[in-house]
Ligand binder design. Structure first.
Ligand code: FEO
Length: 168
């Protein structure tokens, strides 16, 4: 069983993860319109990952004997100005998610709720990877600039990304 406080925060995280999926899909849509299909693919796959994160929280809450609460959320930003802006926003967003996961872990530790601590450790590790991959791409984009060959090379590279469901 989960305390009311921890259950509330875990449920909120379902919404944050689904919102992340929507946000990244909005970014994918921008890239589709710019004919940067590799970047679009990267964010479509990222959106799938975020949905799978939401479902992990959903399953965990149910396994703990509670009801998972599904709520709505605000519209994500739609109008973007550049590739660099999008990756800056994506990195900023991942940092926000990391802080939410860290807060959840701190609460689980405070309550000595060991199943939650074990469950959340996967997300702590995942956030290290997510921030690193957004940060790396942002730096590469800054280096090559928005115009020219470099950005098309990155676009081509990102076209091969596929969604791999996380192991249980
Ligand atoms: Fe589910 Fe990208 O954090």
């Amino acid at each position: 069983m989960l305390s009311e406080k921890l259950l509330g925060k875990l449920n909120e995280q379902i919404t944050h993860e689904f919102y992340s999926a929507h946000y990244y899909l909005a970014m994918a849509s921008y890239f589709k319109n710019e004919d940067l299909d590799g970047f679009a693919n990267f964010f479509i796959v990222q959106a799938e990952e975020e949905r799978s994160h939401a479902m992990k929280f959903f399953e965990f809450i149910v396994e703990q004997g509670h009801e998972a609460i599904i709520t709505g959320f605000k519209d994500p930003k739609r109008n973007f100005d550049s590739v660099e802006e999008i990756f800056s926003l994506a990195l900023e967003h991942e940092k926000l998610v990391s802080s939410l996961i860290n807060d959840l872990m701190a609460l689980a530790q405070e309550e000595k709720h060991y199943p939650s601590i074990s469950f959340l450790q996967w997300f702590i590790d995942e956030q290290v990877e997510e921030e690193a991959s957004m940060s790396k791409l942002l730096n590469q984009i800054k280096r090559v600039g928005e115009q020219g060959h470099g950005i098309l090379m990155i676009d081509r590279e990102l076209a091969s990304r596929t969604f791999t469901p996380a192991a249980e």
